[in-house]
Ligand binder design. Structure first.
Ligand code: CMP
Length: 151
């Protein structure tokens, strides 16, 4: 079982896409174990995007991500990190395939609506950053019909 971090970025929030993005993850069979709307502090964004600190777009990325509220989601499921990345699609919405979130909703490489952790280590550190208080442990009864217990 894996847990991964998803952020609906300020463009996704302002364009009214929080609900439709969450609906895709719910419909897929992922379990929502964390959900909050927040105006991220610059220090949080600096930590989250530290790996991009030397990239030419780093300044504009932080400005964009600070421009309004962000919805943070923690999603759990078997292979959740890869499954979520597949649903999200590649960075550039103009090139992302239809059926992916970025492919259906986006036109831009920078204003790309959503962030998703790209691996197990990243997911652990990003969840610690955005959900330092922890995520929620509860039974979601429909999951008995999502994953085959004998597979
Ligand atoms: P994200 O998945 O959050 O990871 C890094 C972000 O940087 C990426 O989504 C984009 O929003 C942004 N980004 C990546 N490449 C570029 C680029 N070439 N120009 C501007 N922004 C970019």
């Amino acid at each position: 079982m894996e847990t991964t971090l998803v952020l609906v970025k300020p463009d996704g929030v302002q364009r009214g896409r929080i609900g439709s993005i969450i609906a895709r993850f719910e419909a897929k069979g992922l379990k929502l174990v964390g959900l909050k709307l927040m105006q991220p502090e610059r220090a949080l964004l600096e930590q989250h995007y530290a790996v991009h600190a030397e990239r030419p777009f780093y300044g504009s990325l932080l400005k964009f991500m600070s421009a309004g509220p962000v919805a943070a989601l923690a999603l759990e499921g078997e292979g959740a990190i890869g499954v979520v990345r597949t649903l999200v699609g590649p960075t550039n919405g103009a090139e992302a395939a239809p059926g992916t979130i970025r492919g259906d909703y986006g036109m831009s490489k920078s204003f790309n609506l959503i962030h998703a952790s790209d691996g197990a280590e990243t997911a652990a550190s990003e969840l610690a950053l955005w959900f330092g208080e922890g995520t929620l442990d509860y039974d979601l009864n429909s999951l008995g019909w999502v994953n085959d217990p004998e597979a």
